[in-house]
Write a protein that binds this ligand. Structure first.
Ligand code: SAM
Length: 406
């Protein structure tokens, strides 16, 4: 059996009626059921639709829920609407809008991310407020609500307080707001986080969220998607899919695309190569295994690009270079400590190292069309490291949200 956090893992939980549960002939007898709907992944179709942002109006809907008109803007009848919680700079929105799902409400508390959000999406959907002070009445009628709640207490990099932690525990605030919407609550929910969400506190935290959603009338399913299926970044993320009153048919997830290379996103115009002490320090920190790896990479006739990141080994910061041609999962850069570097090796040229640029971070998140001029370089890297990979959301919107809302 696959481990629960492996990319491609999926399971679904549906709410089973009491009558169904009491029928011994039923496969769901006495428990929550499991169901799956395998669907072949069409990579050609995916890459065709990857290329452009849909240009939909972004005016906020009136809370009366009229889906045909909002303010002075006109919406297509039958169009889908989304509320984006923990919106950050709005990468979930980018993935949804490529599928014609229009975001009419967004919420985040961070002023820097709000500056990025406004610069890219305008001001009409974003509510900058602590989610603890957001109420169901603040949210317009939408078809789907997304929640990329903070992962600090769930990721291996953190202290693993789980959902008892102050920040990751905010997922319960999201549930509260949805609960307060009562009959206006969205039909579908998508909750995203790191794989540690499934395993924190022996899985009890995850099951508690699942139970809460079930109590609110949602059946749930889980998929683990890796950004490496779309871009040269290894970034597995858990997506909890919830549907009100109907069984969740989880989509079959695409496997990592082995043809992806960091070279595809490398910014060849940037030549800020490290020199002097910084360069020597990088090579001096490599373990014998790492140094041998660099040598091997260096001898290749083809020039290739590798991701490198700092780790602490025996209390000492060391650099490690990836064996494959992918970037590691981008992380929030606090004080520059988890910023990735990029190493250019092979092709009979000198091996070079430099920091990954904002442009490379943006490309690795599918956010190459975004503007970052409203914030500093450090803030842009921080926001990108914290964000959701656009093509992953785009795929999920096409393969699950749009189908579930039909
Ligand atoms: C994992 S990031 C989400 C990133 C986002 N999905 C994107 O694509 O940019 C978590 C977000 O939660 C926000 N956040 C943290 N505490 C919050 C709170 N109390 N109320 C609202 N938002 C909060 C952070 O500012 C951060 O942008």
């Amino acid at each position: 059996m696959r481990p629960a956090t492996a990319p491609g893992y999926f399971e679904t939980h549906r709410i089973v009626s009491r009558r169904e549960r009491q029928s011994p002939g039923n496969p769901h007898f006495g428990s929550e059921g499991f169901a799956s709907l395998p669907k072949p992944f069409d990579r050609a179709k995916a890459s065709r639709s990857r290329s452009c942002f849909a240009n939909f109006p972004t005016t906020m809907l009136s809370s009366s829920g009229s889906q045909a008109f909002a303010g002075r803007k006109r919406y297509r009848v039958g169009m889908r609407f989304a509320a984006e919680f923990f919106s950050g700079m709005g990468l979930v929105r980018a993935g949804l809008e490529r599928n014609g799902i229009c975001t009419t409400f967004a919420n985040d508390v961070d002023l820097t991310k709000a500056a990025l959000y406004r610069d890219n999406w305008g001001d009409d959907a974003l509510l900058v407020r602590d989610i603890r002070e957001v109420h169901g009445r603040d949210v317009p009628c939408v078809d789907v609500a997304t929640s990329s709640f903070p992962c600090v207490d769930l990721s291996i990099a953190g202290a693993r307080a789980g959902l008892a932690g102050k920040r990751s525990g905010l997922v319960y605030e999201f549930c509260r707001v949805i609960g307060e919407m009562k009959r206006r609550a969205p039909r579908a929910l998508v909750i995203e986080n790191v794989p540690g969400f499934l395993t924190a506190n022996g899985g009890r935290d995850f099951r508690a969220v699942q139970r809460r959603l079930n109590q609110m009338g949602y059946a749930t399913g889980v998929v683990v998607l890796d950004a490496a299926a779309f871009l040269p970044q290894s970034r597995a993320r858990v997506f909890v899919l919830a549907l009100r009153g109907r069984e969740v048919a989880a989509p079959l997830v695409p496997p990592p695309d082995r043809t992806m290379r960091l070279a595809d996103v490398a910014d060849r115009a940037t030549a800020d190569w490290w020199r002097g002490k910084r360069r020597t320090g990088f090579f001096a920190s490599l373990s014998p295994i790492q140094a041998a790896r660099i040598k091997r990479h260096h001898r290749r006739p083809r020039m290739a690009w590798f991701g490198a990141y700092r780790r602490t080994r025996r209390g000492r910061p060391v650099w490690e270079v990836r064996a494959d041609e992918l970037a590691g999962a981008l992380r929030t850069t606090q004080g520059g400590s988890s910023r990735q570097a990029i190493v250019r090796c092979g092709g009979r040229r000198a091996t070079r190292v430099r920091w990954m640029s904002v442009r490379e971070y943006a490309r690795l998140q599918g956010a190459q069309h975004f503007r970052f001029g409203a914030v500093s370089e450090r803030q842009a890297l921080y926001a990108l490291g914290d964000a959701v990979c656009v093509p992953v959301v785009e795929w999920l919107a096409r393969e699950w949200i749009c189908k579930a809302l039909r």
